[in-house]
Design a protein. Structure first.
Length: 364
């Protein structure tokens, strides 16, 4: 029962059905802080508890903002889903009841469709590609589109690369062919995993344990960090397919009007904290992921089966990639940019030095 409760929270990422959302309400800019005046509230929402890497980064970020602004800003992190689901929290932010939050790709894409760019299959498959994206022209174009919904993107966290935990017994090497797999409840996730040759289903998390026991569900799509917080990743698993077909970006956004209502000094302090701490957390998430994979193979004794982009990029997958790119590039006014990045990221590593985690950026 305990791990089922954890699953309800964990599998909430990418899990809310797509539907039409009301237009975000415009919110007035907050007055800037004044010497001796009341501290400015900065309420931030997150779906997970403080043991997840990106939430730990937000905790450090709130402390850094409070200290660097001399407590002129009073950040408050409302983690563990205290403001409801991601979509509920985002609506609260639109209505001015939150100053910011951190949201998964497809949650944000329901309000700003261009962010489905980050859910392009196999667009990111290695840590160095994540570092290169942050601060890139494509990143800056995405940030610009968010402003149309009064959202200012301040940075990115990570909950790791997606893979597939396989429970199907096999006399040989476990395979993914027609594996009945629980995927997050989103139409794009269903379409994407069908292209990979799976049989995706959006079974409710509460039914997952019994479905695995009865073999009605043979696999689960998630990241190692999220799976490791449940009882699923144990000796009952046959293998973990390290597909890295999606990266779990967490996008940190604040209300643009609220941010613009602060003094330049306060804006700079907020942006500096985000630029410093969030890229570090992406590296920490990658290190944590490798530790989890090592633990699974040595303590739980099931195979970790890496799959290359070349193996995964079948004709159906490539067709879906091109379809998504064709829809996204006009939204970003970046003709050819996503295509170029996808092709570039399919190349094998070159051994070139890592790019810096952050790049100089002017505050909006």
């Amino acid at each position: 029962m305990r791990h089922l409760l954890l699953l309800l929270c964990i599998l909430a990422l990418f899990a809310t059905p797509a539907h039409a959302e009301p237009a975000p309400a415009s919110t007035p800019a907050s007055a800037p802080a004044t010497p001796g005046g009341d501290a400015i509230p900065m309420r931030l929402a997150a779906i997970h508890k403080g043991d997840v890497i990106y939430v730990q980064a937000l905790t450090r970020l709130t402390r850094a903002i409070e200290e660097s602004t001399g407590k002129q800003i009073r950040p408050e992190l409302l983690a563990n889903g205290k403001k409801g689901s991601e979509e509920t929290a985002l609506q609260e932010q639109f209505q001015g009841n939150l100053e910011g939050g951190i949201y998964s790709t497809l949650t944000l894409a329901r309000q700003v469709p261009a962010f489905r760019t980050l859910a392009t299959p196999l667009l990111f498959t290695r840590p160095e590609q994540l570092r290169a994206f942050i601060g890139s022209p494509l990143d800056l174009a995405l940030r610009e589109t968010a402003k149309s919904k009064n959202l200012l993107v301040l940075g990115y966290g990570s909950y790791g690369f997606y893979g597939i935990l396989n429970f199907r017994p096999s006399g040989g090497t476990p395979n993914l062919n027609e594996l009945t797999t629980r995927v997050p409840n989103d139409p794009w996730m269903l379409e994407l995993h069908q292209a990979f040759g799976l049989r995706p289903t959006t079974l409710p998390a509460a039914d997952l344990s019994d479905a695995i026991t009865s073999a009605r569900i043979q696999g689960v799509v998630a990241t190692p960090e999220l799976l490791n917080r449940t009882a699923l990743a144990n000796t009952n698993a046959a293998a973990f397919h390290q597909t890295r077909h999606l990266h779990g970006w967490m996008i940190f956004v604040v209300n643009l009007n609220w941010f613009n209502g602060q003094t330049p000094e306060l804006q700079q302090a907020i942006q500096k904290a985000a630029d410093t701490l969030l890229p570090q957390s992406v590296d920490q998430a990658m290190a944590q992921e490798q530790k989890i994979l090592n633990k699974w193979s040595t303590e739980h004794h099931f195979a970790i089966l890496p799959l290359t982009s070349k193996e995964l990029a079948t004709q159906p997958v490539k067709a879906l990639v091109m379809k998504n790119i064709k829809e996204m590039e006009p939204l970003l006014n970046q003709p050819g940019a996503i295509t170029q990045l996808w092709n570039q990221n399919q190349l094998p590593p070159t051994g070139t030095p890592k790019q810096p985690a952050t790049k100089p950026r002017t505050t909006p």
